[in-house]
Design a protein around this ligand. Structure first.
Ligand SMILES: [Zn+2]
Length: 293
Protein backbone atom coordinates (compact mmCIF):
# COMPACT_ATOMS: atom_id res chain seq x y z
CA UNK A 1 0.00 0.00 0.00
CA UNK A 2 1.26 3.53 -0.78
CA UNK A 3 0.04 4.72 2.68
CA UNK A 4 1.59 3.19 5.82
CA UNK A 5 -0.64 0.73 7.67
CA UNK A 6 -1.12 1.54 11.35
CA UNK A 7 -0.39 -1.48 13.52
CA UNK A 8 -1.83 -3.51 15.10
CA UNK A 9 -4.28 -4.24 12.31
CA UNK A 10 -6.37 -7.33 11.50
CA UNK A 11 -6.19 -7.80 7.71
CA UNK A 12 -8.77 -9.46 5.49
CA UNK A 13 -11.07 -7.58 3.12
CA UNK A 14 -12.98 -10.37 1.41
CA UNK A 15 -15.55 -11.33 3.99
CA UNK A 16 -18.83 -13.16 4.25
CA UNK A 17 -20.75 -14.42 7.25
CA UNK A 18 -23.81 -14.13 9.39
CA UNK A 19 -25.03 -11.08 11.33
CA UNK A 20 -24.58 -11.55 15.10
CA UNK A 21 -25.84 -8.13 16.21
CA UNK A 22 -27.02 -4.85 14.71
CA UNK A 23 -26.79 -1.23 15.88
CA UNK A 24 -29.92 0.53 17.15
CA UNK A 25 -30.22 2.70 14.01
CA UNK A 26 -30.06 -0.25 11.59
CA UNK A 27 -33.41 -0.97 9.98
CA UNK A 28 -32.77 -3.17 6.95
CA UNK A 29 -30.79 -6.00 8.52
CA UNK A 30 -31.49 -8.50 11.26
CA UNK A 31 -29.59 -11.08 13.30
CA UNK A 32 -29.01 -14.23 11.26
CA UNK A 33 -28.97 -12.54 7.83
CA UNK A 34 -26.27 -13.99 5.57
CA UNK A 35 -24.10 -11.26 4.07
CA UNK A 36 -21.01 -10.30 2.13
CA UNK A 37 -19.13 -7.07 2.87
CA UNK A 38 -18.17 -4.20 0.55
CA UNK A 39 -14.57 -3.69 1.64
CA UNK A 40 -14.29 -0.24 0.03
CA UNK A 41 -15.81 1.50 3.07
CA UNK A 42 -17.51 4.70 1.89
CA UNK A 43 -19.14 7.74 3.51
CA UNK A 44 -22.42 7.73 1.55
CA UNK A 45 -22.56 11.55 1.52
CA UNK A 46 -19.82 12.89 -0.77
CA UNK A 47 -20.29 13.88 -4.42
CA UNK A 48 -19.03 10.49 -5.65
CA UNK A 49 -21.04 8.35 -3.21
CA UNK A 50 -24.18 10.25 -4.22
CA UNK A 51 -23.45 9.27 -7.83
CA UNK A 52 -23.11 5.60 -6.78
CA UNK A 53 -19.32 5.61 -7.20
CA UNK A 54 -18.56 4.16 -3.77
CA UNK A 55 -15.06 3.04 -4.64
CA UNK A 56 -13.84 6.62 -5.26
CA UNK A 57 -15.44 8.09 -2.11
CA UNK A 58 -13.58 11.15 -0.84
CA UNK A 59 -13.48 9.61 2.66
CA UNK A 60 -13.02 6.01 1.49
CA UNK A 61 -11.21 3.47 3.65
CA UNK A 62 -10.14 -0.10 2.99
CA UNK A 63 -11.42 -2.80 5.30
CA UNK A 64 -8.48 -4.85 6.55
CA UNK A 65 -6.05 -2.01 5.81
CA UNK A 66 -7.37 1.15 7.52
CA UNK A 67 -10.00 -0.70 9.61
CA UNK A 68 -9.81 -4.17 11.16
CA UNK A 69 -10.91 -6.87 8.73
CA UNK A 70 -12.00 -10.44 8.41
CA UNK A 71 -9.21 -12.73 9.66
CA UNK A 72 -11.24 -13.08 12.83
CA UNK A 73 -14.30 -14.78 14.25
CA UNK A 74 -16.19 -11.48 14.37
CA UNK A 75 -15.85 -8.16 12.57
CA UNK A 76 -17.72 -4.87 12.97
CA UNK A 77 -18.71 -3.12 9.74
CA UNK A 78 -21.11 -0.31 8.80
CA UNK A 79 -24.55 -1.65 7.84
CA UNK A 80 -24.28 0.35 4.58
CA UNK A 81 -21.41 -1.91 3.47
CA UNK A 82 -23.49 -5.13 3.51
CA UNK A 83 -24.71 -7.11 0.53
CA UNK A 84 -27.23 -9.95 0.93
CA UNK A 85 -25.98 -13.44 -0.03
CA UNK A 86 -28.08 -15.44 -2.51
CA UNK A 87 -29.73 -18.37 -0.67
CA UNK A 88 -27.80 -21.13 -2.45
CA UNK A 89 -24.33 -19.61 -2.02
CA UNK A 90 -22.26 -20.69 0.99
CA UNK A 91 -19.79 -18.45 2.84
CA UNK A 92 -16.65 -19.91 1.24
CA UNK A 93 -18.14 -19.60 -2.25
CA UNK A 94 -19.03 -15.98 -1.53
CA UNK A 95 -15.76 -15.04 0.17
CA UNK A 96 -13.84 -16.44 -2.79
CA UNK A 97 -15.53 -13.98 -5.13
CA UNK A 98 -16.47 -10.92 -3.11
CA UNK A 99 -13.32 -8.89 -3.65
CA UNK A 100 -11.43 -10.15 -6.69
CA UNK A 101 -14.62 -11.27 -8.44
CA UNK A 102 -16.36 -7.94 -7.96
CA UNK A 103 -13.17 -6.14 -9.01
CA UNK A 104 -13.36 -8.03 -12.30
CA UNK A 105 -17.10 -7.29 -12.58
CA UNK A 106 -16.41 -3.57 -12.03
CA UNK A 107 -13.65 -3.57 -14.65
CA UNK A 108 -15.60 -5.44 -17.35
CA UNK A 109 -19.07 -3.93 -16.86
CA UNK A 110 -18.62 -0.49 -15.23
CA UNK A 111 -15.22 0.81 -16.33
CA UNK A 112 -15.31 -0.86 -19.76
CA UNK A 113 -17.80 -2.86 -21.76
CA UNK A 114 -17.76 -6.09 -23.75
CA UNK A 115 -19.83 -6.77 -26.85
CA UNK A 116 -20.48 -10.25 -28.28
CA UNK A 117 -17.64 -11.14 -30.63
CA UNK A 118 -15.08 -8.82 -29.00
CA UNK A 119 -11.58 -10.11 -28.28
CA UNK A 120 -10.76 -9.88 -24.56
CA UNK A 121 -7.36 -10.57 -22.99
CA UNK A 122 -7.64 -11.43 -19.28
CA UNK A 123 -4.18 -11.26 -17.73
CA UNK A 124 -3.15 -13.95 -15.23
CA UNK A 125 -5.77 -16.67 -15.67
CA UNK A 126 -5.12 -18.23 -12.27
CA UNK A 127 -5.22 -14.93 -10.35
CA UNK A 128 -8.26 -13.77 -8.40
CA UNK A 129 -9.18 -11.05 -10.91
CA UNK A 130 -8.05 -12.95 -14.02
CA UNK A 131 -9.93 -16.17 -13.20
CA UNK A 132 -13.25 -14.33 -12.88
CA UNK A 133 -12.53 -11.95 -15.78
CA UNK A 134 -12.24 -14.96 -18.12
CA UNK A 135 -15.68 -16.19 -17.06
CA UNK A 136 -17.43 -12.79 -17.18
CA UNK A 137 -16.00 -12.09 -20.64
CA UNK A 138 -17.15 -15.51 -21.90
CA UNK A 139 -20.64 -14.92 -20.48
CA UNK A 140 -20.74 -11.60 -22.35
CA UNK A 141 -19.99 -13.39 -25.61
CA UNK A 142 -16.32 -12.49 -26.09
CA UNK A 143 -13.46 -14.53 -27.53
CA UNK A 144 -11.19 -14.81 -24.52
CA UNK A 145 -7.41 -15.07 -24.38
CA UNK A 146 -5.63 -15.44 -21.04
CA UNK A 147 -2.05 -15.86 -19.83
CA UNK A 148 -0.16 -18.29 -17.63
CA UNK A 149 3.49 -18.92 -16.76
CA UNK A 150 3.23 -22.75 -16.51
CA UNK A 151 1.35 -25.45 -18.44
CA UNK A 152 -0.60 -26.24 -15.27
CA UNK A 153 -1.74 -22.63 -14.95
CA UNK A 154 -2.62 -22.42 -18.64
CA UNK A 155 -4.71 -25.60 -18.33
CA UNK A 156 -6.51 -24.04 -15.33
CA UNK A 157 -7.36 -20.95 -17.42
CA UNK A 158 -8.64 -23.12 -20.27
CA UNK A 159 -10.78 -24.98 -17.72
CA UNK A 160 -12.42 -21.66 -16.81
CA UNK A 161 -13.35 -21.11 -20.44
CA UNK A 162 -10.40 -19.26 -22.01
CA UNK A 163 -10.30 -20.00 -25.76
CA UNK A 164 -6.55 -19.44 -25.94
CA UNK A 165 -3.87 -19.11 -23.26
CA UNK A 166 -0.44 -17.65 -24.02
CA UNK A 167 2.82 -18.39 -22.21
CA UNK A 168 4.04 -15.22 -20.48
CA UNK A 169 7.51 -16.67 -19.89
CA UNK A 170 8.11 -16.05 -23.62
CA UNK A 171 9.67 -12.62 -24.02
CA UNK A 172 7.33 -11.56 -26.81
CA UNK A 173 4.08 -13.16 -25.62
CA UNK A 174 2.21 -10.16 -27.02
CA UNK A 175 3.18 -11.39 -30.52
CA UNK A 176 1.33 -14.63 -29.77
CA UNK A 177 -1.79 -12.61 -28.88
CA UNK A 178 -1.48 -10.67 -32.14
CA UNK A 179 -1.08 -13.95 -34.02
CA UNK A 180 -4.22 -15.48 -32.43
CA UNK A 181 -6.26 -12.44 -33.45
CA UNK A 182 -4.97 -12.50 -37.04
CA UNK A 183 -2.60 -9.53 -36.34
CA UNK A 184 -5.56 -7.37 -35.33
CA UNK A 185 -5.08 -7.27 -31.56
CA UNK A 186 -7.67 -7.43 -28.78
CA UNK A 187 -10.48 -4.99 -28.00
CA UNK A 188 -10.16 -5.09 -24.22
CA UNK A 189 -7.36 -6.05 -21.85
CA UNK A 190 -8.11 -6.71 -18.17
CA UNK A 191 -4.77 -5.78 -16.57
CA UNK A 192 -3.73 -5.88 -12.91
CA UNK A 193 0.02 -6.51 -12.98
CA UNK A 194 1.52 -3.19 -14.07
CA UNK A 195 5.14 -2.35 -14.94
CA UNK A 196 6.48 -3.84 -18.16
CA UNK A 197 3.44 -6.12 -18.43
CA UNK A 198 1.21 -3.08 -18.95
CA UNK A 199 3.56 -1.78 -21.67
CA UNK A 200 3.53 -5.20 -23.39
CA UNK A 201 -0.28 -5.05 -23.36
CA UNK A 202 -0.17 -2.05 -25.70
CA UNK A 203 1.70 -4.30 -28.18
CA UNK A 204 -1.36 -6.51 -28.61
CA UNK A 205 -4.16 -3.93 -28.27
CA UNK A 206 -6.34 -3.34 -31.33
CA UNK A 207 -7.07 0.09 -32.79
CA UNK A 208 -9.80 1.66 -30.68
CA UNK A 209 -9.06 -0.86 -27.91
CA UNK A 210 -9.12 -0.34 -24.15
CA UNK A 211 -6.82 -1.43 -21.35
CA UNK A 212 -8.56 -1.36 -17.98
CA UNK A 213 -6.16 -1.68 -15.06
CA UNK A 214 -6.54 -2.17 -11.32
CA UNK A 215 -3.09 -3.10 -10.08
CA UNK A 216 0.61 -2.39 -10.23
CA UNK A 217 2.41 -5.12 -8.31
CA UNK A 218 5.08 -5.39 -11.03
CA UNK A 219 5.76 -1.64 -11.10
CA UNK A 220 3.93 1.64 -10.51
CA UNK A 221 5.78 3.82 -12.94
CA UNK A 222 5.89 3.22 -16.68
CA UNK A 223 6.87 5.26 -19.71
CA UNK A 224 3.91 5.38 -22.08
CA UNK A 225 4.29 5.83 -25.84
CA UNK A 226 1.73 8.57 -26.41
CA UNK A 227 1.96 8.63 -30.20
CA UNK A 228 0.44 5.16 -30.86
CA UNK A 229 -2.03 5.73 -27.98
CA UNK A 230 -3.74 8.68 -29.68
CA UNK A 231 -3.14 7.68 -33.29
CA UNK A 232 -4.87 4.34 -32.64
CA UNK A 233 -7.51 6.01 -30.41
CA UNK A 234 -6.79 3.60 -27.57
CA UNK A 235 -7.85 4.04 -23.97
CA UNK A 236 -6.12 3.33 -20.68
CA UNK A 237 -8.77 3.24 -17.95
CA UNK A 238 -8.26 3.03 -14.19
CA UNK A 239 -10.48 0.85 -12.03
CA UNK A 240 -10.49 0.83 -8.24
CA UNK A 241 -12.39 -1.66 -6.17
CA UNK A 242 -16.11 -2.02 -6.67
CA UNK A 243 -19.54 -0.86 -5.68
CA UNK A 244 -22.11 -3.00 -3.81
CA UNK A 245 -23.88 -3.48 -7.15
CA UNK A 246 -20.77 -5.21 -8.54
CA UNK A 247 -20.66 -7.56 -5.54
CA UNK A 248 -24.38 -8.30 -5.87
CA UNK A 249 -23.91 -9.02 -9.57
CA UNK A 250 -20.95 -11.37 -9.11
CA UNK A 251 -22.71 -13.27 -6.31
CA UNK A 252 -25.91 -13.63 -8.35
CA UNK A 253 -23.92 -14.86 -11.36
CA UNK A 254 -22.17 -17.36 -9.07
CA UNK A 255 -25.50 -18.53 -7.61
CA UNK A 256 -26.82 -18.99 -11.16
CA UNK A 257 -23.78 -21.14 -12.04
CA UNK A 258 -22.34 -18.57 -14.46
CA UNK A 259 -19.12 -18.12 -12.46
CA UNK A 260 -17.39 -21.26 -11.24
CA UNK A 261 -15.77 -21.50 -7.83
CA UNK A 262 -12.03 -21.19 -8.08
CA UNK A 263 -11.36 -22.16 -4.47
CA UNK A 264 -8.44 -24.52 -4.15
CA UNK A 265 -7.80 -24.68 -0.39
CA UNK A 266 -9.52 -23.87 2.89
CA UNK A 267 -7.39 -23.09 5.97
CA UNK A 268 -8.57 -22.73 9.56
CA UNK A 269 -8.15 -19.30 11.19
CA UNK A 270 -5.18 -20.58 13.23
CA UNK A 271 -3.43 -21.48 9.97
CA UNK A 272 -3.79 -18.04 8.35
CA UNK A 273 0.01 -17.71 8.13
CA UNK A 274 0.16 -20.98 6.17
CA UNK A 275 -2.47 -19.63 3.77
CA UNK A 276 -0.27 -16.60 3.11
CA UNK A 277 2.77 -18.84 2.65
CA UNK A 278 0.87 -20.81 -0.01
CA UNK A 279 0.07 -17.55 -1.82
CA UNK A 280 3.61 -16.21 -1.56
CA UNK A 281 4.99 -19.52 -2.81
CA UNK A 282 2.84 -19.08 -5.95
CA UNK A 283 1.52 -22.61 -5.45
CA UNK A 284 -2.08 -21.41 -5.49
CA UNK A 285 -4.40 -21.44 -8.45
CA UNK A 286 -7.63 -19.58 -7.73
CA UNK A 287 -8.60 -18.65 -4.21
CA UNK A 288 -7.51 -19.56 -0.70
CA UNK A 289 -10.13 -19.32 2.04
CA UNK A 290 -9.55 -18.79 5.75
CA UNK A 291 -12.46 -20.16 7.73
CA UNK A 292 -12.93 -19.53 11.48
CA UNK A 293 -14.50 -22.41 13.39
ZN1 LIG B 1 -18.23 9.24 -0.02
Amino acid sequence: MPAPVQLPRIPGGEISGEILSVGSAVANWKIGDRVAVQSNLFCGRCEFCLRGQESICLRGKLLGVQEDGGFAEQVGVPATSLVRLPANLDFAASAGRTLAGSTAMHMLTQRASVKPGDWVLAMGGTSGVGSVAIQIAKQLGAHVISTGSTEEKRAFARGLGADHVVDTTKKDWAADVREITGKRGVDLIVEHIGGDVLLQCFNCLARGGTIVTCGATAGREVQLKLWPLFVKEQKLVGSYGRSRADIQAVLEWAAAGKIKAATTEIFSLEKTAEAFAALRGRRVMGKVIVQPN
